[in-house]
Design a protein around this ligand. Structure first.
Ligand code: F3S
Length: 404
């Protein structure tokens, strides 16, 4: 790779061992993918925060890097941890887990990273603009940044995103290059796609069908003229989970598919989706008793909190209900938090139903309206899942049952 003088001095260790290690990782990555040079990035989002996934080996690795004096040099935010960093006791998180989790977050903080602990950094201040080069990990955030904002990032691992944060650089390959951002497949969506769970089911189906290529979506139904940001965030999260899709275009909606800019390769294939039943049935088990309901994957926006608050008015929940959201979004929600928690629900920050040690909390059957959570919960948390609309999930939280 062609490195600048400054980058060479990082690689040679002249700026400290911590930076040297980061540059070594990025150069190795660049060489694997045939990058010719490094480019400067505007921000980083670092995943690999939950102690459930990191374990002791990951914690030691982070501590070592911190001891080598590594500090981030661009604005850097953190993905969800394994627990609410303030209210973990109330949620029943075991003391031993909490102790280790707090050490993980401390290590990141010592590197200068903000402990935002959310997968929606774009809702809480880490908001790139069109064309910005960034290095983000967390598949749903990568999808949102690339597709909805038009920023440029590869689907980084926690380690490569951290190395980029420390050096302020990323190797120039993949989605940083204009020519790699064209769709290879057209998807005609001919059915109604309305609720968040509809978008989750659709995302699951597209991801399953096309793997990790770039889809160009045509929503044929007039109702889908004004797709909301919440719908796009859940669609992207779901496609990223079932198919590793890091970039998608929606005709006349996302920035690289607007104003006649048809961003598709010449010989793109075409598939048609006529209904969502395949997605709903793949993400559903047949359990009827529900002891856990999880909303907010990706983390809930203010708008979503408002909807949930309306649905919970004058109701008491029987099942454990977690609504996961960024701590900052919770702060912005003001009185809504009290309104929602009056029902017995918990607004949970810093974590989510997948990266928290849910399997240690005794739950068996979860209801959710999120395609990504429904996809991962059986394998990552050992839960049976019911997947459906927000209304249905709230009803399940109140009755403790899933009725068709
Ligand atoms: Fe976020 Fe957890 Fe879903 S990290 S995208 S809420 S699985």
């Amino acid at each position: 790779m062609n490195l600048t003088k400054k980058e060479k001095s990082m690689l040679d260790g002249e700026q400290g061992e911590g930076i040297q290690k980061a540059m070594e990782i990025l150069v190795a990555l660049g060489e694997i993918y045939g990058a010719e040079r490094m480019i400067e990035i505007k921000s980083a989002q670092v995943a690999g925060v939950s102690y459930k996934n990191l374990g002791d080996a990951g914690l030691e690795f982070l501590k070592e890097w911190t001891e080598k004096g590594a500090m981030v040099r661009v604005p850097t935010t953190l993905n969800p941890a394994g627990m609410d960093l303030r209210e973990w006791k109330r949620l029943g998180i075991p003391d031993g887990f909490a102790e280790k989790q707090l050490m993980v977050v401390k290590a990141y903080e010592r590197m200068g990273i903000k402990p935002t602990c959310t997968c929606t950094p774009y809702l809480v201040g880490n908001l790139p603009v069109f064309g910005d080069h960034i290095a983000w990990s967390e598949s749903s955030a990568v999808s949102y940044a690339n597709s909805v904002i038009g920023a440029r990032t590869n689907r980084e691992s926690g380690i490569s995103a951290l190395a980029s944060a420390i050096t302020g650089r990323t190797p120039e390959y993949g989605y940083h290059l204009e020519e790699n951002r064209k769709a290879g497949l057209i998807v005609d969506i001919e059915c109604d796609v309305e609720s968040i769970s509809d978008f989750g089911a659709l995302g699951y189906m597209i991801g399953r069908k096309i793997g990790n290529s770039i889809p160009y979506l045509y929503f044929k139904n007039k109702k889908n003229k004004n797709i909301s940001q919440d719908q796009l965030k859940t669609l992207g999260a779901s496609m990223a989970a079932s198919g590793a899709i890091a970039l998608y275009h929606v005709h006349e909606v996302t920035p690289e598919a607007k104003k006649g800019n048809i961003n598709i390769i010449d010989d793109a294939e075409r598939i048609i989706i006529e209904d969502l039943s395949e997605g709903y049935s793949a993400l559903n088990s047949d359990v009827t008793e529900i002891d856990f309901v999880a909303i907010g994957c990706p983390h809930a926006s203010l708008n979503e909190l408002k909807k949930i608050s309306n649905l919970l008015k004058n109701k008491k929940v029987r099942a454990e209900l977690w609504i996961t959201t960024a701590r900052k979004t919770k702060g912005m929600a003001g009185g809504l938090v009290k309104e929602i928690e009056k029902s017995g629900a918990h607004i949970v920050s810093d974590t989510c139903m997948i990266v928290a040690p849910i399997e240690k909390l005794g739950f068996r059957n979860m209801a959710t309206n999120a395609g990504k959570a429904a996809f991962y919960a059986p394998s990552h948390c050992g839960l049976n899942v019911r997947f459906g609309s927000l209304e249905k999930c709230i009803e399940a939280a109140v009755t403790g049952r899933w009725e068709w």
